[in-house]
Design a protein around this ligand. Structure first.
Ligand code: MF3
Ligand code: CO
Ligand code: CO
Length: 257
């Protein structure tokens, strides 16, 4: 276990990659309508990242992942592979997870979108997932134990009668996509880690409408809920500052929250 403390110059580079990832989520929003395929969303994001931003999609070819973004619809928890024959319908919820490499550094962020009409269940689940991320972000500062953050995320989600996925976690990020430490979204021993200024990592809780059990599909990537109920996730890349943190992947719509 070795956590890299980033220099000022490294933070600036991760900030730039993170901004491009956040901008890509803003850019894709108007395209998320009933009738579009997840592959089309992948293509639009890919072209935006490569041609407009002169960056590279971190997911593409990552351990053989075949596409440039992850698209996780309804009962898909994470790592959904965009497909030509996966057509969005009104009432769907979809997570789009964008990772960008720029000048050798990574930025990673995801959010939920509603397709057409919002269902009551989808709205409630996405709000709890987003609020669980925000409450965790508010705790981030030098000196805090990671376990406290994980416990707070889990307590909040379970208080709302949903469950938190245990198999996947947030991660340090920088020159590599996934670095130490692991950021667990539930109450478990953290190896004694306390946060320090200059650490950069993601928090990305996955929240299930029903049971927390998940299942890996035959494609080796797509993770679904075992009970086929809805799942939602939000992710930000954060850098620990002297008195708190900076959200490197903050979007315009979040600025006044
Ligand atoms: N972006 C995901 C994360 O938040 C990881 C996706 S890996 C991929 O860590 F290969 F599926 F793209
Ligand atoms: Co991540
Ligand atoms: Co991600």
């Amino acid at each position: 276990m070795s956590i890299i403390i980033k220099t000022y110059e490294e933070i600036q580079k991760i900030r730039i990659a993170s901004r491009i990832a956040a901008k890509t989520l803003e850019f894709i929003k108007p395209y998320i309508v009933p009738g579009i395929s997840t592959e089309k969303l992948n293509l639009i994001c890919h072209n935006h990242i490569v041609n407009s931003q002169k960056a590279f999609p971190g997911c593409l070819n990552y351990h053989g992942f075949p596409k440039s973004i992850c698209t996780s619809v309804n009962n898909t928890v994470c790592h959904g592979i965009p497909r030509e024959n996966e057509i969005l319908r009104s009432g769907d919820i979809i997570n789009i997870d964008v990772t960008v490499i720029k000048n050798g550094f990574y930025g990673d962020t995801s959010k939920m979108f509603f397709v057409g009409k919002k269902t009551k269940e989808g709205k409630k689940l996405c709000k709890v997932a987003k609020d669980s991320l925000y409450l965790a972000i508010k705790m981030v500062r030098p000196g805090i134990r990671l376990q406290k953050i994980g416990k707070s995320i889990q307590d909040f989600i379970e208080k709302n009668k949903f469950s938190v996925v245990k198999e996947y976690c947030g991660h340090g990020i920088g020159k590599k996509f996934h670095e130490d430490p692991q950021i667990l979204h539930y109450n478990a021993y953290d190896g004694g880690i306390t946060l320090k200024e200059g650490m950069i990592f993601t928090i990305e809780p996955m929240v299930n409408f029903g049971k927390d059990t998940v299942e890996l599909m035959e494609d080796g990537w797509t993770v679904k809920t075992k009970d086929n109920k809805l799942s939602a996730q939000y992710e930000h890349t954060l850098s620990v500052t002297k008195h708190g943190c900076e959200i490197l992947t903050l979007r315009e719509e979040e600025r006044f929250n």
